[in-house]
Design a protein around this ligand. Sequence first.
Ligand code: MN
Length: 197
Amino acid sequence: MKKRIAAIERNTRETQIRMDFGLDGNGETARISTGIPFFDHMLSLFAVHGFFDLVVEAKGDLEIDSHHTVEDLGLVLGDAIRTALGDRKGVRRYGHAVTPMDEALGTVTLDLSNRPFLVFNVPPSLVQSGNSLTCLAKEFFRAVSTRGGISLHINVAYGENEHHIIESIFKSMGRALNEASGLDSRISDVRSFKGTL
Ligand SMILES: [Mn+2]
């Protein structure tokens, strides 16, 4: 079987990003450097809990703010997921994970349908400031969903600490994507009545 890996490079006037991604890895995160320590932390958790191999090197216009870098990281991760999935033959397609992080509980339910859609339900208190980590996370996941061809439903049942809430989402994202992208020998083609994803 073809190796389910991707090497993506994206250069714009705002950001320069290189990513190596492997779906069938072991959670190896030798180098993750985005210039934003919090997102290094989140991407590491995503890879560790999804058993993905991930290398990220990003330089962005952080002198403005984190927005361009985080959104473009989402675009590149979406491209990497789509490339590594290839024709999506043999994959389970659906994944679901609920992960507690102290007081927070974040759920990710996804479908590798090639039909991008993002549902992002978090406690309303988190979305008040336009530059909060939560708003950045939403932009990130919208980009992942769009470019990855993923119907992505993120639901946070409860939580107070923003760091914990976002951490529970990233861990759930890794676990749900690991489940959905996993191969099932009973699926000979794509798991779709239509015959295509
Ligand atoms: Mn943490």
